[in-house]
Design a protein around this ligand. Structure first.
Ligand code: ATP
Length: 235
């Protein structure tokens, strides 16, 4: 389990996270929803050691990772799929996927099994494996970003707004894939502005407002919460 206890964070003099606490249970999807600038990306960057948290602690599988460097956090099985995907546009689909596995010490056939699973789950990556990644559609690039993360064989995947900029039908496909990844035993922390979809697949959710955790509950509880409905579900 990932556990954040009382973390704050600032950019220069501006405090943007105030005493954040949350838990991500193993093998489940947990979501963090909230509006623009609420502090979702900063929370993920604190977990990854990209932004230094103040006070509090972050632990993963009962080990304190609060002050570890990003590469060490990655090698403990945590992977971030950043907002905007950040695939390498001038490399092929296959090269992007191979890069995801470059630090693995597993036997080649284990890595090949993962690649086969990814190709089964995202047939478009198989048919386009020689294509330059930058020439693919937004939805295909999101699938590639997810595939590249999986090639690193992470246990915990942090996803930053995977639905961003995608047509509704593609968003639904991405969310189906996220559920499939959970069903293969991965743990997911999903940051989303698409609150209704995120809560509908999440075991548990947190609402962040102006750097504070304003509400928490099961996905279903938050979907039925009138404050969440008003502020995030457009009802
Ligand atoms: P969005 O969905 O718009 O990405 P978010 O919930 O992910 O929003 P953050 O990106 O974490 O929010 O931003 C939280 C606050 O910190 C915002 O007020 C933002 O303007 C500010 N901020 C983010 N990154 C920086 C930075 N590098 N330097 C200064 N301020 C920043």
């Amino acid at each position: 389990m990932l556990e954040i206890k009382g973390i704050s964070a600032s950019y220069g003099p501006t405090k943007v996270l105030h005493d954040i606490s949350l838990k991500v249970e193993e093998g489940k999807i947990t979501t963090l929803i909230g509006g623009n600038g609420a502090g979702k990306t900063t929370t993920l960057n604190c977990i990854m050691g990209v932004v230094k948290g103040q006070g509090g602690s972050i632990s993963w599988k009962n080990k304190d990772i609060t002050n570890l460097k990003t590469p060490d956090i990655v090698s403990m099985g945590i992977s971030l799929i950043p907002e905007g995907r950040h695939i390498f546009p001038d490399m092929t689909v296959m090269e992007n996927l191979e890069l995801g596995a470059y630090k693995r010490k597993d036997k080649k056939n284990v890595i090949k099994d993962d690649l086969d699973w990814i190709f089964d789950t995202f047939p478009v990556l198989k048919t386009r494996y020689k294509q330059l990644a930058g020439t693919m559609s937004g939805g295909e690039q999101q699938m590639l970003a997810i595939g590249r993360s999986l090639m690193g064989s992470p246990e915990l995947i942090l996803m930053d707004e995977p639905s961003m900029g995608l047509a509704p039908i593609i968003v639904e496909e991405v969310f189906r894939v996220i559920e499939k990844i959970k069903n293969m035993g991965k743990t997911i922390l999903l940051v989303e502005q698409n609150a209704s979809l995120a809560l509908s697949i999440a075991h548990y959710g947190y609402v962040i407002e102006l750097g504070h955790i304003a509400l928490e509950g099961t996905g279903q509880e938050l979907l039925n919460n009138s404050e969440v409905e008003k502020a995030y579900l457009g009802l």
